[in-house]
Design a protein around this ligand. Structure first.
Ligand SMILES: Cc1ncc(C[n+]2csc(CCOP(=O)(O)OP(=O)(O)O)c2C)c(N)n1
Ligand SMILES: *[C@@H]1O[C@H](CO)[C@@H](O)[C@H](O)[C@H]1NC(C)=O
Ligand SMILES: *[C@@H]1O[C@H](CO)[C@@H](O)[C@H](O)[C@H]1NC(C)=O
Ligand SMILES: *[C@@H]1O[C@H](CO)[C@@H](O)[C@H](O)[C@H]1NC(C)=O
Ligand SMILES: CC(=O)N[C@H]1CO[C@H](CO)[C@@H](O)[C@@H]1O
Ligand SMILES: [Mg+2]
Length: 685
């Protein structure tokens, strides 16, 4: 590809636009967009396949800006190539309710594949997207029908490489031989503190070579467009390894402060912008100016993309003729609907069924639904055996050359990489054809908190199979026993935290998790056996909280979750028999879903006039919203056989009864007890 003045003009247009938008909002990061404009231009104009008129076209190339602070680069590209992002949208950069928020958010803006900004996440999302692409190709492509091909591209900066999570995902990507993944590292030697030599002196080339990546160095990313072009071509030709281009650039190229941290995250001064525009041949008096020639050049590429999609649609139509079942499956998946009647496969239990650990109940659910929900792609962070996340006939997702599986496989061996797994699952979910779940101990979901937060913010349906959910794991002790974990993730907006108490509730948790297309779920599951509770059902669990045991003229409501509900049932018997107290029992497997029910329903579960006590072997934080008194564990746990640990903390029928009596005594003189559900105003959700 030959490059000339018109390419330079387009590149400088991007640079000037970034400087103008950051100046107008008086906040933002001009440096990375100005430094990466050349590679962005070469990649988007000459390599990337997309149709701005249909940003969801399945076989588009995916683009991830892992250094999300540089989002004015991405916004400028989206605008110039004709996505639904107007010049006014660019002018409202970083203002309330704009389509150009401070960091790119996938659900706000067409053409943004994943939400980035927290450094390191984006490159992991890109690994997930590339895995999804490889998987979807392996499942749906047929001889003569290459429905899915092409690439995932990712830009990243020094910050992304410094963050450990990038190592987790990059190591796995190398193992998985993801030849469709091409990353471009903005090697500008600058981060916020200044020259990276103050903290980041590792040999990135050797690091990525050791991961099994193909590495290319481009020495002049500021103006050697031919070299950039050649490097991308070279990476495309390497099909059995992911690639990374170490591209030397000058941050803030064109600014008087170029090459310094001064241009990283502050607007350029007015005189600096003036000289920049003069230098690049723009009118210094004009802002947000785009030469028609640039729109035309990029518009041409976009119409080529639209034509490619047309061609592809013809291919898809022919595919439909020849492979109607596969076609129906693919289009259904893209619509976000689960197969008709899939939920009939969710197991139900009777009170006569034996006590079973909920991690085991979860394995049964997965085994029953995997065949009818083919988009389920599972995995575990090296805890497959104890997590029970892998159904019996599962094939591993592996490069065929390893002899360990193939890319059509639906079970991912993430290795001991919880954070990487979480971030990769966000990429898998964002691709559009996959419903990812991943297993680890509940305590270690916290390792992945950075990724879980982004699942919630960017509305990705990602499911955590979080086993060993409490002190009930026993001997492994306080290092492994979650205390604060539920409170933490319950506090996270748009994240469902489930703690089912038996088989019906486990099925109910999966039912809601799978059908909530825009919400991640953490399903906390026990290591120890749990009895089937008389009165549970999938439908009741799906309300988030329900009355398991009702009694007329009750003295107290016990509210509990998971493995403590059955102990409350025994405590209720003891309270009735020994103390003549009438006890209602509420099971509350999911706060977030309960909160979504009508106030009338919530008050029927937690009515006025009766004191309530929550019982959960975790931090009590958060329970004040539902109960008058709380019995929990606000310290670290203890190492020992689980029954001994429960005894130590008095989570026994007697221990619960003692606190129930104290609750009844304390509240008996209080007139008109109000349910905590009754509040002065509704929370904003
Ligand atoms: C997880 C995380 N920690 C900290 C930040 C704040 N932050 C934003 S940009 C940046 C420096 C990034 O340096 P680099 O990737 O080299 O970007 P450049 O300055 O080259 O644009 C930091 C620390 C962040 N966005 N995410
Ligand atoms: C473009 O975005 C606006 C909102 O900013 C929306 O109202 C409009 O329908 C979108 N147009 C298309 C073609 O999607
Ligand atoms: C990817 O897309 C390009 C066109 O942009 C095409 O030439 C190429 O064959 C496609 N597939 C692969 C695997 O590169
Ligand atoms: C589970 O739900 C089914 C159907 O709703 C019900 O018949 C059964 O009794 C429930 N099991 C238990 C243990 O309550
Ligand atoms: C389905 C599956 O892989 N189950 C395994 C779960 O782990 C136990 C050991 O803890 C194995 O025996 C099962 O085969
Ligand atoms: Mg940098």
């Amino acid at each position: 590809m030959a490059y000339d003045k018109s390419d330079e003009l387009a590149i400088n247009t991007i640079r000037v636009l970034a400087a103008d938008a950051v100046a107008k909002s008086n906040s933002g990061h001009p440096g990375a967009p100005m430094g990466m404009a050349p590679v962005a231009h070469v990649l988007w104009k000459n390599f990337m396949k997309f149709n701005p008129k249909n940003p969801k076209w399945l076989n588009r190339d995916r683009f991830v800006l892992s250094n999300g602070h540089g989002c004015m680069l991405q916004y400028a590209l989206l605008h110039l190539f004709g996505y639904n992002l107007s010049m006014d949208d660019l002018k409202s950069f970083r203002t309330i309710d704009s389509k150009t928020p401070g960091h790119p958010e996938s659900h706000d803006t067409d053409g943004i594949e994943v939400t980035t900004g927290p450094l390191g996440q984006g490159i992991c999302n890109a690994v997930g997207l590339a895995m999804a692409q490889a998987h979807t190709a392996a499942v749906f492509n047929k001889d003569g029908f290459k429905l899915v091909d092409n690439y995932t591209y990712c830009f990243l900066g020094d910050g992304c490489l410094m963050e450990g999570v990038s190592s987790e995902a990059s190591s796995l990507a190398g193992h998985l031989q993801l030849g469709n993944l091409i990353c471009i590292y903005d090697d500008n030697h600058i981060s916020i503190d200044g020259d990276t030599n103050c903290a980041f002196t590792e040999d990135v080339v050797k690091r990525y070579e050791s991961y099994g990546w193909h590495v290319v160095i481009v020495d002049n990313g500021d103006s050697d467009l031919e070299a950039i072009d050649k490097a991308i071509k070279e990476c495309q030709a390497v099909t059995d390894k992911p690639s990374i281009i170490k591209l030397k650039t000058t941050i803030g190229f064109g600014s008087k402060q170029q090459g310094t941290h001064g241009v990283h995250g502050a607007p350029l001064k007015a005189d600096d912008i003036e000289q920049l525009k003069e230098k690049f041949g723009f009118n210094p008096k004009e802002s947000f100016a785009v030469p028609q020639e640039v729109y035309d050049m990029y518009g041409k590429h976009s119409s080529d993309g639209a034509a490619q999609e047309e061609e592809w649609n013809k291919l898809l139509a022919a595919y439909k003729e020849k492979y109607p079942a596969e076609h129906a499956d693919l289009t259904r998946r893209l619509s976000g609907k689960l197969p008709e009647g899939w939920e009939k496969n969710l197991p139900v239990y009777t009170p006569a069924d034996p006590a079973i650990a909920s991690r085991k109940l979860s394995e049964t659910v997965l085994g029953k639904i995997e065949a009818v929900v083919p988009e389920l792609v599972g995995g575990s962070a090296d805890l497959t055996g104890s997590n029970l996340t892998r159904w019996k006939s599962a094939v591993d997702f592996q490069p065929p050359s390893t002899g360990l599986g193939d890319y059509s496989g639906r079970y991912i061996r993430y290795g001991v990489r919880e954070h990487g797994m979480g971030a990769i699952m966000n990429g898998l979910a964002a691709y559009g054809t996959i419903l990812p779940y991943g297993g680890t101990f509940l305590n270690f979901v916290s390792y992945a908190a950075g990724a879980v937060r982004l699942s919630a913010l960017s509305q990705e349906r990602v499911i955590w199979v979080a086993t060993h959910d409490s002190i009930g794991l026993g001997e492994d002790g306080p290092t492994h026993q979650p205390i604060e974990t539920l409170a933490h993730f319950r506090a996270l907006p748009n994240c469902m935290v489930w703690r089912p108490a038996d088989g019906n509730e486990t099925s109910g948790s999966y039912y809601v998790a799978l059908t909530s297309n825009h919400t991640p779920s953490i399903i906390a599951l026990s290591r120890q056996n749990l009895p089937q509770l008389e009165g549970s059902s999938i439908e009741k669990a799906a309300k988030g909280g329900y009355v398991l045991h009702e009694v007329e003229g009750a003295d107290i409501t016990l509210v509990s979750t998971g493995s403590e509900v059955c102990i409350c049932v025994d405590a209720a018997k003891e309270l009735q028999e020994k103390h003549g107290l009438k006890v209602r029992i509420v099971s509350m497997p999911c706060f977030e879903v309960f909160d979504l029910q009508s106030k009338e329903y919530r008050l029927s579960v937690l009515p006025d006039g009766i004191p309530s006590l929550s019982v959960e072997v975790m931090s009590t934080m958060g329970w004040e919203r539902y109960t008058h008194e709380q019995f929990g564990i606000n310290r670290f746990g203890a190492s020992g056989p689980y029954k001994d640990v429960y005894k130590k903390f008095e989570f026994t029928p007697e221990g619960i009864a003692k606190r129930a009596i104290a609750t009844v005594d304390f509240w008996k003189d209080v007139p008109n007890i109000r349910s905590p559900i009754n509040r002065a105003f509704q929370q904003m959700i």
